[in-house]
Write a protein that binds this ligand. Structure first.
Ligand SMILES: [Zn+2]
Length: 262
């Protein structure tokens, strides 16, 4: 059994519905694959954590947030090619409470990369699994690894993908903006610059330059945006020129780069 197949069987496995021979193959794979083992542990921990939550109805805030997320994903999915879908009944998880069930679904959906739904929270959930690109699935999985070195490998691997999905782009953007390691954030910026045909990637780099506080990241972003000849970055760079809090050597990079794209 390979990693993408393993990923596609998680839900049935956690649900106790996977046939015995498949369970055996999945467990065999877990023994030999560290990365799937880690994913499995994460899901188990999520389950255990959720089981301890009080059994109550989701509040309006959570409901709204969740519905908004689903709507966003539905819109994204509508614009993409057909994907294989998997229907998951919320029923078997009722025993851990409605809030917990919702959070568990969000967690699994996050892990799988994308999800969709037909109706409301209590209706049946459809989780599409993109099976067409195992390399991307693997990259998404590695990006979530707790070791920064593994996340760096994932960012490097992402550059081999010809056409990244929205899910992968979002994962790269998330690393750029929020990863705890500066090296990973810088590598995410570089990975995004490998997809110059994607407006989403370019916009993320511009926004990151607006927000970045670390001089190394600022310089990396300036270099990348100049390299991409990104005209939309001009106003942001002009603002940096008059920013009194920036170190001189960052301003110097703007002074060198800006004339090249104006
Ligand atoms: Zn694996």
């Amino acid at each position: 059994m390979d990693c993408p197949t393993t990923a596609s069987l998680w839900i049935d496995f956690l649900d106790g519905k996977l046939p015995a021979d498949q369970v055996q193959k999945l467990e065999e794979h877990l023994r030999t694959c560290a990365s799937c083992r880690l994913s499995h542990q994460e899901l188990q921990q999520t389950l255990q954590g959720l089981a301890s939550l009080p059994d109550e109805e989701p509040g309006p805030e959570l409901r709204m947030e969740f519905t908004a997320m689903l709507e966003k994903e539905k819109a994204l999915l509508a614009s993409q090619s057909p994907v294989e879908t998997k229907v998951v009944q919320i029923g078997p998880w009722k025993k851990i409470g409605s809030v917990a069930a919702v959070l568990l679904l969000v967690s699994i959906a996050y892990w799988l990369g994308k999800y969709n739904t037909k109706q409301s929270l209590n209706a049946e959930f459809i989780i599409p699994i993109e099976t067409s690109n195992p390399a991307e699935l693997k990259t998404l999985e590695l990006l979530k690894n707790e070791l920064a070195s593994t996340r760096l490998v994932a960012l490097h691997r992402s550059q081999d993908l010809a056409k990244p999905s929205t899910v992968l782009l979002d994962a790269l953007i998330e690393k750029l903006n929020f990863d705890e390691h500066l090296n990973v954030r810088m590598a995410a910026a570089e990975a995004l610059a490998h997809f110059p045909q994607e407006p989403r990637a370019r916009i993320a780099l511009i926004r990151a330059l607006e927000e970045a506080e670390d001089p190394s990241l600022q310089i990396e972003l300036i270099h990348l945006l100049v390299y991409l000849n990104e005209k939309k970055a001009i106003p942001v760079m002009k603002n940096l020129l008059v920013n009194k809090t920036l170190p001189d050597y960052v301003i110097e990079q703007v002074k060198i780069g800006l004339p090249k794209i104006i």
